[in-house]
Design a protein. Sequence first.
Length: 141
Amino acid sequence: MQRNLSYDSKNIYEVVKNLREVLNDLKRIDLYAMNSGDYLTTAISCKRLVRIELFASEYNLYFQGFNRTYNPRTVRKYMGDILSTDEYGFVRVNENDVINMSYVQYIDQQGIRMEYVDKPIPMSRPGRKRIVAYLKSLSKL
C-alpha cells in the first residue's frame, strides 16, 4: 500500500500523527533472519518469533503456534545482529532467554507474561535494566 503524507511542519500534532502512522506501518513489516548457502536459503520470520531459549547444545525458538530447535551455531549465523542488540525489539532478560518485546503483555514480580507462553519468564537484574533501557528508548521516539 502506498501512502502520501502531507502535513504542516509547524503543527506538532500533524507531524506526530503522521509519524505514528509511519511507525505503525514499520511494525507490520516482517524482518527475516536469512542465510544463503550453496544449495539452500533459510529464513526465520522474526515477526512471528516470540522467544528464544539459549542453551549450550541447542537453541529453542518459539514462534506463534509452534517451536523449533536449532543448532546454536546456525542461529548465531542467521540472527547475529538481532541477538547482539536490542534495537530490533529482542531483549535478553536472563542468561537463557531472549524475548520479542512485541509479545509482552505485562511485567510483574514473578516475571514477564507473554502471549503464546504459559508460564512467566523470570528476569535477572541485568535483564530488568535492559528492558527499562529498551522502553526508555521507545519513549524518546
